[in-house]
Each structure stands twice: as C-alpha cells, then as structure tokens.
Design a protein around this ligand. Structure first.
Ligand code: IPM
Ligand code: MN
Length: 377
C-alpha cells in the first residue's frame, strides 16, 4: 500500500483544533481510497518558542525538506509581538522551501451565504495565484533615528546578488522604509504557472499590479507578463490595477478565472476573496514548490481568542487537506473530500457558529469524515 509521511505543524490558537479535523477527514479518505497517511507532529509555534526560544531552526527545515508536503494549522499568539512567529515560522518555511506559488481558490460552494447580493456559485469561482517569495516580503528595510537598524537578509543578498545601502542624514526626521524586489526568474515562473493553470480552466488570466504608481517594480512585472503571454496565444489576458480589482471582485466576480498577483497585493485581495466565498473559515491555500516541499494551510490566522473553544470552522483546513492530497496525486481521494465538504454544507445540519450553526469544530470534522466513508468512490 502506498504510504505518505506528512509533517504537521498545528501551531497556535485554533490551529490544533482545525488540524485535528483535517487529519480525521484525510485519514477517512485514505482508508477509503487505499493508501496510508503517517502524520509526523512538530511542536513549532508560540508555546515551543516561549519554552525554548526556538522558532524554526535550520536543522528542522533541512529535515522537513525531505517531504513533499507539510500540513500547517496557523501561527500567531497574543503573548508574542506580532511578526515574530509569522516571520520566524510561516514565512521562514515559504522562503526556505522556495514555495513560489501561493494558490488560493476563491469558490463559493452551493449553500454558502455570500455578502455579494445576487451572486451565486456560478459567479464566484476563480483561483488566485499569488507570488510567494518576493516583493515587499523579502524583509529588507530599516529606518532612522529611534532604534531602527537597517536589516538586510543575508539570504536575499546571496540570492539576488544585491546590496542595499541607504544613507540617512543625521539631521533627518525619523523615517522608516522597506524595500520591495522582484526578479525576472521569480516573476516568470509564477506567471508561467498561472498561464498553465488557466489552460486547465477557462483560459482567462488576469494580472494584478500597480504599474501606474510603482513603475519600476510593477512595470517590470507587466513586461515579463507580456513576454510569457506570447507563449500562450490561446489564453485571454488583462491587466488590472490592484485598487480596481478589489472593486471588480465585489461587482463582477464572474469575470475572473485565474488571477496572478505579486505577493503583497495577493495577500490583501485574497482576504477579500475569502469573504466573498463565505468567510475566512472556508478559504484554503497551498504554498507550492512544484519541484520541492509544498505546504497546505487555511488562509485564516490562529484566532487566539477562540483557542480551545471548539468554535472554529475546520472546513478551510479540511479543504487545504484536499489540496494536499491533490498535490500528492491522490485525485479520487481529493474529489471525495471536496464532495463531502459540499454535502455537509448542503445538508446544513452540522455547522459551526460562523455559518449560523451551533456545532463544535470536531462535530464538523466527524460529519465530513462520515460522509467521505459513505460516498461512492
Ligand atoms: C497569509 C498571512 C501571512 C501573509 C502572514 C501571517 C505572514 O496573512 O498567509 O495571507 O502575510 O502572507
Ligand atoms: Mn493574509
């Protein structure tokens, strides 16, 4: 029997609760479809950091690199300054494993309420391909005068062979800056991935940028997009400024099929995407390196105030689990997890409070696992 070993980082807040349900449903799917899953739990997150001072050490990264997929809950905790865990664990993995695709399906399932009036499942069904390792996320910046130092990641310097040096006059006002950087290689590969994906869908690819105000970085993005597009004459394309696309997501979501975006704009527009598909509890994501280690997670955070209360909706995490199975090539199991999610929603009996129900996180996982077992293959 095929066996997959999958490292799991449940993380903080509601992370462990939603991951438990994801594992439950994926275990049910594996039994049904004749393969085995072995979960390897890692303790990384707030408690581990507070106890040991360790975020995501290099030897753990090297160990995780041996696997094709990782299942992640969420990181973030009130006891720790914002950014420490997010950068030290989540972003550290995205960068170390060079997960240059952040794949975020925006799909309204049948039976889910959307805040968009008169829009239904046929109107809201697209995929955002977010660049995931460059742009304003590279972590170079600094400031003057009060205690800010210039930070320049050694890894970025080596990767791009650049050195940033900013001179600040001693009589300057207090300032802060952060630098965004994209590379031809980094941009080309994500745009190419998005073109390929659009060929499997409706052959329509929308590009996001802000080339009118940030022409150096996003004019370059456009130039590369145009160049890659010449290899895909069958795919319809358009350019969208990021501010305008937020408006179109709300007004005409049915226009979109595949959307490719630089990292930070992708972060922002996918929270909007999550809302129009029914809320953060329903939005999954995959951090993908097609040749390396990929990582699947709900796009919501750790919601510390709901920790341990069994109120969180596990569907985003279960759906992310389905994406993980798809990445492993287990197409049938993927299909049954997705159908089971759909059926749980349509039946409408076992729902968490965000969807107007009163069921516990674990009830939803139980119900979806039960449906997986009853579905035809
Ligand atoms: C996301 C999150 C992360 C991001 C944070 C937690 C670093 O918001 O996955 O969208 O900004 O990418
Ligand atoms: Mn985000």
């Amino acid at each position: 029997m095929v066996q997959y070993k999958i490292p799991v980082i449940a993380g903080d807040g509601i992370g462990p609760e939603v991951i438990a349900e994801g594992k439950k449903v994926l275990d049910a799917a594996s039994e049904k479809h004749g393969f085995e899953l072995e979960w390897i739990d890692y303790p990384h997150g707030a408690d581990h950091y507070l106890a040991t001072g360790e975020l995501m050490p290099e030897d753990t990264l090297r160990e995780l690199e041996k696997y094709k997929t990782i299942y992640l809950g969420a990181v973030g905790d009130d006891r720790i300054e914002p950014g420490i865990l997010e950068k030290g664990i989540l972003l550290a993995m995205r960068f170390y494993f060079d997960q240059y695709i952040n794949l975020r399906p925006i799909k309204l399932l049948e039976g889910i309420w959307t805040p968009l009036k008169d829009k239904g499942p046929d109107d809201i069904d697209f995929v955002v391909v977010r660049e995931n390792t460059e742009d304003f996320y590279i972590g170079i910046g600094g400031g003057a005068k009060e205690g800010r130092t210039h930070q320049e990641l050694e890894v970025v310097r080596k990767l791009y062979k650049v050195k940033f040096d900013i001179d600040i006059d001693s009589d300057a006002d207090e300032i802060a800056y952060q630098i965004g950087l994209i590379s031809r290689k980094g941009t080309e590969r994500v745009i190419r991935y998005a073109f390929e994906l659009s060929r499997e869908r409706k052959k329509h690819l929308s590009s996001v940028d802000k080339a009118n105000v940030l022409p150096d970085i996003y004019g370059f993005w456009r130039e590369i997009f145009r160049k890659v597009a010449t290899g895909y004459p069958d795919v319809k394309t358009d350019f969208n400024y990021v501010d305008a696309i937020t408006m179109w997501f709300v007004k005409n979501p049915e226009w979109f099929d595949v959307v490719v975006t630089p990292n930070m704009f992708g972060d922002i527009i996918t929270d909007l995407g999550a809302m129009i598909q029914g809320g953060m509890g329903l939005a999954p994501g995959g951090n993908i390196n097609p040749e390396g280690t990929s990582m699947f997670e709900p796009i919501h955070g750790s919601a510390p105030k709901y920790k341990g209360m069994q109120k969180a909706n596990p569907i985003a995490t279960i759906w992310a689990g389905a994406m993980l199975l798809e990445h492993l090539g287990e197409k049938e199991a993927t299909g049954s997890v997705l159908r089971a999610i759909g059926q749980n929603i349509k039946e409408g009996k076992v729902r968490t409070p965000d969807m107007g129900g009163a069921s516990k996180t674990s009830d939803v996982g139980d119900d979806i696992a039960r449906i997986v077992r009853t579905l035809d293959k």
